[in-house]
Design a protein around this ligand. Sequence first.
Ligand SMILES: NC(=O)c1ccc[n+]([C@@H]2O[C@H](COP(=O)([O-])OP(=O)(O)OC[C@H]3O[C@@H](n4cnc5c(N)ncnc54)[C@H](OP(=O)(O)O)[C@@H]3O)[C@@H](O)[C@H]2O)c1
Length: 328
Amino acid sequence: MDTTRTLGRSGIEVSALGFGCWAIGGEWQGPEGQPFGWGKVDDEESVRAVRRALDLGVTFFDTSDNYGTGHSERVLGRALGKRRADVVVATKWGYLFDERTRTADGSDASPAHLRRALTASLRRLDTDHVDLYQFHIGDAEPEQAALLRDTCEDLVREGLIRAYAWSTDDPARAAVFAEGPHCAAVQHALNVLQDAPEMLRLCEEAGLASINRSPLAMGLLAGKRRAHQPPESGDIRSRPPAWLQGFGDGSGADPEWLARVEALRSLLTSEGRTLAQGALAWLWARSPATVPIPGFRSVAQAEENAGAMAKGALTGGQLAEIDRLLGR
Ligand SMILES: NC(=O)c1ccc[n+]([C@@H]2O[C@H](COP(=O)([O-])OP(=O)(O)OC[C@H]3O[C@@H](n4cnc5c(N)ncnc54)[C@H](OP(=O)(O)O)[C@@H]3O)[C@@H](O)[C@H]2O)c1
Protein backbone atom coordinates (compact mmCIF):
# COMPACT_ATOMS: atom_id res chain seq x y z
CA MET A 1 0.00 0.00 0.00
CA ASP A 2 1.13 3.55 -0.73
CA THR A 3 1.65 5.04 2.73
CA THR A 4 0.67 8.54 1.59
CA ARG A 5 -2.69 10.04 0.60
CA THR A 6 -3.69 13.51 -0.57
CA LEU A 7 -6.17 15.77 1.16
CA GLY A 8 -8.65 15.72 -1.71
CA ARG A 9 -8.33 18.30 -4.45
CA SER A 10 -5.96 20.47 -2.37
CA GLY A 11 -3.13 18.15 -3.40
CA ILE A 12 -1.69 18.43 0.13
CA GLU A 13 0.13 15.16 0.79
CA VAL A 14 -0.23 13.43 4.17
CA SER A 15 0.73 10.05 5.60
CA ALA A 16 -2.11 7.56 5.09
CA LEU A 17 -2.53 7.59 8.87
CA GLY A 18 -3.06 10.78 10.88
CA PHE A 19 -2.96 11.10 14.67
CA GLY A 20 -6.01 12.41 16.57
CA CYS A 21 -5.07 14.69 19.45
CA TRP A 22 -8.29 14.86 21.51
CA ALA A 23 -7.15 12.54 24.33
CA ILE A 24 -3.81 14.35 24.80
CA GLY A 25 -5.72 17.52 25.72
CA GLY A 26 -6.27 15.94 29.14
CA GLU A 27 -9.24 16.49 31.42
CA TRP A 28 -11.87 19.21 30.82
CA GLN A 29 -15.59 19.39 31.43
CA GLY A 30 -18.98 20.44 30.12
CA PRO A 31 -21.13 23.14 31.72
CA GLU A 32 -22.72 20.61 34.14
CA GLY A 33 -19.38 19.09 35.10
CA GLN A 34 -19.65 16.12 32.75
CA PRO A 35 -16.24 14.91 31.47
CA PHE A 36 -15.32 15.99 27.92
CA GLY A 37 -11.77 14.59 28.00
CA TRP A 38 -10.46 11.04 28.09
CA GLY A 39 -9.22 11.09 31.65
CA LYS A 40 -5.78 11.98 32.96
CA VAL A 41 -2.83 12.16 30.59
CA ASP A 42 0.90 12.67 31.10
CA ASP A 43 2.03 15.59 28.88
CA GLU A 44 5.61 14.32 28.67
CA GLU A 45 4.35 10.94 27.42
CA SER A 46 2.12 12.76 24.90
CA VAL A 47 5.14 14.72 23.59
CA ARG A 48 7.18 11.52 23.32
CA ALA A 49 4.30 9.80 21.49
CA VAL A 50 3.99 12.62 18.92
CA ARG A 51 7.75 12.57 18.29
CA ARG A 52 7.74 8.78 17.96
CA ALA A 53 4.93 9.10 15.41
CA LEU A 54 7.03 11.60 13.42
CA ASP A 55 9.96 9.17 13.43
CA LEU A 56 7.63 6.45 12.15
CA GLY A 57 6.51 8.55 9.17
CA VAL A 58 3.29 10.13 10.45
CA THR A 59 2.93 13.61 8.93
CA PHE A 60 -0.71 14.49 9.75
CA PHE A 61 -2.07 15.61 13.13
CA ASP A 62 -5.67 16.52 13.93
CA THR A 63 -6.56 18.62 16.97
CA SER A 64 -9.13 21.25 17.97
CA ASP A 65 -9.05 24.49 19.91
CA ASN A 66 -11.41 23.06 22.53
CA TYR A 67 -9.63 19.74 23.24
CA GLY A 68 -8.52 20.24 26.84
CA THR A 69 -9.61 23.89 26.33
CA GLY A 70 -6.48 24.72 24.34
CA HIS A 71 -4.15 22.22 26.00
CA SER A 72 -4.03 19.76 23.09
CA GLU A 73 -2.91 22.51 20.69
CA ARG A 74 -0.21 23.64 23.12
CA VAL A 75 1.14 20.11 23.66
CA LEU A 76 1.10 19.40 19.90
CA GLY A 77 2.86 22.70 19.12
CA ARG A 78 5.53 21.94 21.73
CA ALA A 79 6.02 18.36 20.52
CA LEU A 80 6.40 19.41 16.87
CA GLY A 81 8.82 22.26 17.59
CA LYS A 82 11.20 22.74 14.66
CA ARG A 83 9.58 19.86 12.79
CA ARG A 84 6.38 21.88 12.27
CA ALA A 85 7.33 22.54 8.63
CA ASP A 86 7.45 18.79 7.92
CA VAL A 87 3.86 18.10 8.93
CA VAL A 88 0.27 18.97 8.06
CA VAL A 89 -1.64 20.37 11.04
CA ALA A 90 -5.44 20.32 11.17
CA THR A 91 -7.38 22.07 13.92
CA LYS A 92 -10.99 23.16 14.47
CA TRP A 93 -13.09 26.11 15.59
CA GLY A 94 -16.69 26.74 16.64
CA TYR A 95 -16.95 25.83 20.34
CA LEU A 96 -16.31 28.25 23.19
CA PHE A 97 -14.43 27.43 26.38
CA ASP A 98 -12.77 28.90 29.45
CA GLU A 99 -9.09 27.91 29.60
CA ARG A 100 -8.81 28.94 33.26
CA THR A 101 -11.57 26.63 34.53
CA ARG A 102 -11.14 24.07 31.70
CA THR A 103 -14.88 24.26 30.98
CA ALA A 104 -16.80 24.23 27.68
CA ASP A 105 -19.00 27.27 27.22
CA GLY A 106 -21.38 27.05 24.21
CA SER A 107 -20.63 27.72 20.56
CA ASP A 108 -20.30 30.60 18.09
CA ALA A 109 -20.77 30.14 14.33
CA SER A 110 -20.09 33.77 13.37
CA PRO A 111 -17.34 34.82 10.92
CA ALA A 112 -15.98 37.22 13.60
CA HIS A 113 -15.46 34.31 16.01
CA LEU A 114 -13.81 32.28 13.24
CA ARG A 115 -11.09 34.94 12.89
CA ARG A 116 -10.66 35.31 16.67
CA ALA A 117 -10.42 31.54 17.12
CA LEU A 118 -7.82 31.19 14.35
CA THR A 119 -5.61 33.86 15.91
CA ALA A 120 -5.75 32.03 19.26
CA SER A 121 -5.03 28.62 17.69
CA LEU A 122 -2.01 29.98 15.79
CA ARG A 123 -0.61 31.29 19.07
CA ARG A 124 -1.17 28.01 20.97
CA LEU A 125 0.22 25.90 18.12
CA ASP A 126 3.14 28.33 17.79
CA THR A 127 2.78 28.54 14.01
CA ASP A 128 1.92 31.13 11.34
CA HIS A 129 -0.64 29.05 9.44
CA VAL A 130 -3.03 26.12 9.81
CA ASP A 131 -2.89 23.58 6.98
CA LEU A 132 -6.49 22.36 7.32
CA TYR A 133 -8.97 24.46 9.29
CA GLN A 134 -12.17 22.62 10.22
CA PHE A 135 -15.59 23.88 11.30
CA HIS A 136 -16.44 21.85 14.39
CA ILE A 137 -20.21 22.40 14.83
CA GLY A 138 -21.50 19.37 12.96
CA ASP A 139 -25.19 20.35 13.01
CA ALA A 140 -24.85 24.10 12.30
CA GLU A 141 -27.27 25.77 9.88
CA PRO A 142 -26.13 25.37 6.25
CA GLU A 143 -26.85 29.07 5.45
CA GLN A 144 -24.57 30.15 8.30
CA ALA A 145 -21.92 27.65 7.21
CA ALA A 146 -21.93 29.16 3.70
CA LEU A 147 -20.81 32.47 5.24
CA LEU A 148 -18.01 30.67 7.09
CA ARG A 149 -16.96 28.87 3.90
CA ASP A 150 -16.57 32.25 2.19
CA THR A 151 -14.57 33.60 5.15
CA CYS A 152 -12.30 30.55 4.88
CA GLU A 153 -11.67 31.42 1.22
CA ASP A 154 -10.54 34.88 2.41
CA LEU A 155 -8.21 33.24 4.96
CA VAL A 156 -6.66 31.09 2.22
CA ARG A 157 -5.96 34.25 0.18
CA GLU A 158 -4.42 35.86 3.28
CA GLY A 159 -2.10 32.85 3.73
CA LEU A 160 -3.39 32.00 7.21
CA ILE A 161 -4.83 28.61 6.21
CA ARG A 162 -4.09 26.33 3.24
CA ALA A 163 -7.43 24.50 3.04
CA TYR A 164 -10.57 23.93 5.09
CA ALA A 165 -13.22 21.33 5.92
CA TRP A 166 -16.40 20.75 7.91
CA SER A 167 -16.47 18.15 10.66
CA THR A 168 -19.99 16.79 10.17
CA ASP A 169 -21.70 13.45 9.68
CA ASP A 170 -24.32 14.98 7.34
CA PRO A 171 -23.47 14.66 3.61
CA ALA A 172 -25.87 17.51 2.70
CA ARG A 173 -23.98 19.88 5.01
CA ALA A 174 -20.61 18.65 3.76
CA ALA A 175 -21.79 19.42 0.21
CA VAL A 176 -22.35 23.08 1.17
CA PHE A 177 -18.70 23.44 2.18
CA ALA A 178 -17.59 21.45 -0.88
CA GLU A 179 -18.75 24.34 -3.09
CA GLY A 180 -15.72 26.35 -1.93
CA PRO A 181 -12.67 25.76 -4.17
CA HIS A 182 -10.29 25.31 -1.23
CA CYS A 183 -12.51 22.92 0.72
CA ALA A 184 -10.34 19.80 0.84
CA ALA A 185 -12.06 17.32 3.14
CA VAL A 186 -14.88 16.33 5.42
CA GLN A 187 -14.18 14.88 8.85
CA HIS A 188 -16.77 12.28 9.86
CA ALA A 189 -17.29 9.14 11.90
CA LEU A 190 -16.22 5.97 10.10
CA ASN A 191 -15.03 2.60 11.36
CA VAL A 192 -15.60 -1.06 10.54
CA LEU A 193 -18.66 -1.08 12.86
CA GLN A 194 -20.11 2.21 11.54
CA ASP A 195 -20.07 2.54 7.76
CA ALA A 196 -20.97 5.81 5.97
CA PRO A 197 -21.56 4.99 2.28
CA GLU A 198 -23.33 8.24 1.38
CA MET A 199 -20.54 10.41 2.81
CA LEU A 200 -17.85 8.34 1.05
CA ARG A 201 -19.71 8.72 -2.24
CA LEU A 202 -19.74 12.50 -1.80
CA CYS A 203 -16.00 12.53 -0.97
CA GLU A 204 -15.09 10.48 -4.03
CA GLU A 205 -17.32 12.51 -6.37
CA ALA A 206 -16.38 15.96 -5.05
CA GLY A 207 -12.65 15.27 -4.65
CA LEU A 208 -12.61 15.55 -0.84
CA ALA A 209 -10.56 13.56 1.64
CA SER A 210 -12.63 11.52 4.11
CA ILE A 211 -10.90 12.15 7.43
CA ASN A 212 -12.09 9.38 9.73
CA ARG A 213 -12.77 10.26 13.33
CA SER A 214 -13.39 7.45 15.84
CA PRO A 215 -11.63 4.91 13.57
CA LEU A 216 -11.25 2.59 16.59
CA ALA A 217 -14.85 3.18 17.78
CA MET A 218 -13.46 5.22 20.68
CA GLY A 219 -11.25 2.36 21.82
CA LEU A 220 -13.69 -0.56 21.35
CA LEU A 221 -11.75 -1.72 18.29
CA ALA A 222 -8.49 -1.71 20.23
CA GLY A 223 -9.80 -4.67 22.21
CA LYS A 224 -9.17 -3.75 25.82
CA ARG A 225 -12.61 -2.35 26.72
CA ARG A 226 -14.94 -4.69 28.65
CA ALA A 227 -18.63 -4.82 29.61
CA HIS A 228 -19.30 -4.00 33.30
CA GLN A 229 -15.90 -2.30 33.54
CA PRO A 230 -16.60 1.45 33.79
CA PRO A 231 -14.03 3.86 32.35
CA GLU A 232 -12.39 6.16 34.95
CA SER A 233 -14.56 9.04 36.16
CA GLY A 234 -12.81 11.83 34.17
CA ASP A 235 -13.30 9.93 30.90
CA ILE A 236 -16.12 10.98 28.52
CA ARG A 237 -16.89 7.30 28.03
CA SER A 238 -18.00 7.11 31.72
CA ARG A 239 -20.88 9.57 31.04
CA PRO A 240 -21.37 9.25 27.27
CA PRO A 241 -23.25 12.04 25.49
CA ALA A 242 -26.04 10.97 23.10
CA TRP A 243 -23.76 10.93 20.02
CA LEU A 244 -21.16 8.65 21.63
CA GLN A 245 -22.15 5.10 20.76
CA GLY A 246 -20.88 1.78 22.07
CA PHE A 247 -20.61 2.64 25.77
CA GLY A 248 -24.29 2.36 26.81
CA ASP A 249 -24.96 4.27 30.04
CA GLY A 250 -21.28 4.51 30.95
CA SER A 251 -21.10 1.32 33.05
CA GLY A 252 -18.77 -0.31 30.50
CA ALA A 253 -18.64 -1.20 26.84
CA ASP A 254 -21.98 -2.13 25.27
CA PRO A 255 -22.16 -5.99 25.03
CA GLU A 256 -23.81 -5.81 21.61
CA TRP A 257 -20.90 -3.74 20.24
CA LEU A 258 -18.37 -6.07 21.89
CA ALA A 259 -20.08 -9.06 20.24
CA ARG A 260 -19.61 -7.45 16.83
CA VAL A 261 -15.93 -6.81 17.61
CA GLU A 262 -15.54 -10.48 18.59
CA ALA A 263 -17.24 -11.57 15.34
CA LEU A 264 -14.54 -9.71 13.39
CA ARG A 265 -11.54 -10.43 15.61
CA SER A 266 -10.10 -13.39 13.75
CA LEU A 267 -10.37 -11.72 10.32
CA LEU A 268 -8.99 -8.36 11.51
CA THR A 269 -6.06 -9.99 13.32
CA SER A 270 -5.07 -12.22 10.40
CA GLU A 271 -1.73 -11.59 8.64
CA GLY A 272 -0.02 -10.54 11.87
CA ARG A 273 -2.12 -7.44 12.53
CA THR A 274 -3.30 -6.40 15.97
CA LEU A 275 -7.02 -5.71 16.29
CA ALA A 276 -6.48 -1.93 16.09
CA GLN A 277 -4.26 -2.38 13.01
CA GLY A 278 -6.96 -4.53 11.38
CA ALA A 279 -9.56 -1.82 12.03
CA LEU A 280 -7.31 0.76 10.33
CA ALA A 281 -6.65 -1.63 7.43
CA TRP A 282 -10.43 -1.83 6.84
CA LEU A 283 -10.59 1.98 6.50
CA TRP A 284 -7.84 2.12 3.86
CA ALA A 285 -9.58 -0.61 1.88
CA ARG A 286 -12.99 1.05 2.15
CA SER A 287 -12.15 4.02 -0.13
CA PRO A 288 -9.11 5.70 -1.70
CA ALA A 289 -10.26 8.95 -0.02
CA THR A 290 -9.98 7.79 3.62
CA VAL A 291 -7.42 9.08 6.13
CA PRO A 292 -8.02 7.55 9.60
CA ILE A 293 -6.95 9.61 12.62
CA PRO A 294 -6.89 7.29 15.67
CA GLY A 295 -6.51 8.86 19.10
CA PHE A 296 -3.54 7.91 21.29
CA ARG A 297 -2.22 8.55 24.76
CA SER A 298 1.12 6.71 24.89
CA VAL A 299 4.23 5.83 22.90
CA ALA A 300 3.05 2.20 22.79
CA GLN A 301 -0.25 3.17 21.14
CA ALA A 302 1.60 5.50 18.74
CA GLU A 303 3.89 2.65 17.67
CA GLU A 304 1.10 0.13 17.25
CA ASN A 305 -1.10 2.49 15.24
CA ALA A 306 1.71 3.85 13.03
CA GLY A 307 2.80 0.24 12.47
CA ALA A 308 -0.50 -0.42 10.69
CA MET A 309 0.73 1.44 7.59
CA ALA A 310 3.43 -1.13 6.80
CA LYS A 311 0.83 -3.92 6.95
CA GLY A 312 -1.38 -2.23 4.37
CA ALA A 313 -5.08 -2.38 3.52
CA LEU A 314 -7.44 -5.36 3.68
CA THR A 315 -8.42 -6.99 0.39
CA GLY A 316 -11.78 -6.61 -1.36
CA GLY A 317 -12.55 -10.22 -0.43
CA GLN A 318 -11.93 -9.48 3.26
CA LEU A 319 -14.23 -6.44 3.07
CA ALA A 320 -17.01 -8.59 1.62
CA GLU A 321 -16.45 -11.21 4.33
CA ILE A 322 -16.76 -8.52 7.03
CA ASP A 323 -20.08 -7.35 5.57
CA ARG A 324 -21.26 -10.95 5.62
CA LEU A 325 -20.16 -11.49 9.24
CA LEU A 326 -21.98 -8.30 10.29
CA GLY A 327 -25.07 -9.11 8.23
CA ARG A 328 -24.75 -5.93 6.14
N1 LIG B 1 -16.42 16.16 16.06
C1 LIG B 1 -15.17 15.93 15.76
O1 LIG B 1 -14.61 16.64 14.96
C2 LIG B 1 -14.44 14.78 16.38
C3 LIG B 1 -15.11 13.91 17.27
C4 LIG B 1 -14.40 12.82 17.78
C5 LIG B 1 -13.06 12.64 17.44
N2 LIG B 1 -12.43 13.51 16.60
C6 LIG B 1 -11.00 13.31 16.21
O2 LIG B 1 -10.80 11.94 15.92
C7 LIG B 1 -9.73 11.44 16.72
C8 LIG B 1 -9.92 9.96 17.00
O3 LIG B 1 -11.25 9.61 17.33
P1 LIG B 1 -11.69 9.23 18.79
O4 LIG B 1 -10.91 10.04 19.75
O5 LIG B 1 -13.17 9.34 18.80
O6 LIG B 1 -11.38 7.72 19.04
P2 LIG B 1 -10.64 6.47 18.39
O7 LIG B 1 -9.50 6.88 17.57
O8 LIG B 1 -11.69 5.64 17.78
O9 LIG B 1 -10.13 5.75 19.72
C9 LIG B 1 -9.03 6.32 20.38
C10 LIG B 1 -8.80 5.68 21.72
O10 LIG B 1 -8.57 4.30 21.59
C11 LIG B 1 -7.55 3.87 22.48
N3 LIG B 1 -6.43 3.40 21.64
C12 LIG B 1 -5.87 4.00 20.56
N4 LIG B 1 -4.88 3.26 20.04
C13 LIG B 1 -4.82 2.16 20.79
C14 LIG B 1 -4.01 1.03 20.73
N5 LIG B 1 -3.08 0.87 19.80
N6 LIG B 1 -4.20 0.06 21.69
C15 LIG B 1 -5.14 0.20 22.64
N7 LIG B 1 -5.96 1.27 22.73
C16 LIG B 1 -5.80 2.24 21.80
C17 LIG B 1 -7.16 5.09 23.30
O11 LIG B 1 -8.00 5.19 24.45
P3 LIG B 1 -7.79 4.37 25.80
O12 LIG B 1 -6.33 4.08 25.92
O13 LIG B 1 -8.29 5.26 26.86
O14 LIG B 1 -8.68 3.16 25.62
C18 LIG B 1 -7.51 6.21 22.35
O15 LIG B 1 -7.71 7.44 22.98
C19 LIG B 1 -9.75 12.34 17.96
O16 LIG B 1 -8.52 12.32 18.66
C20 LIG B 1 -10.02 13.67 17.31
O17 LIG B 1 -8.82 14.19 16.74
C21 LIG B 1 -13.12 14.55 16.06
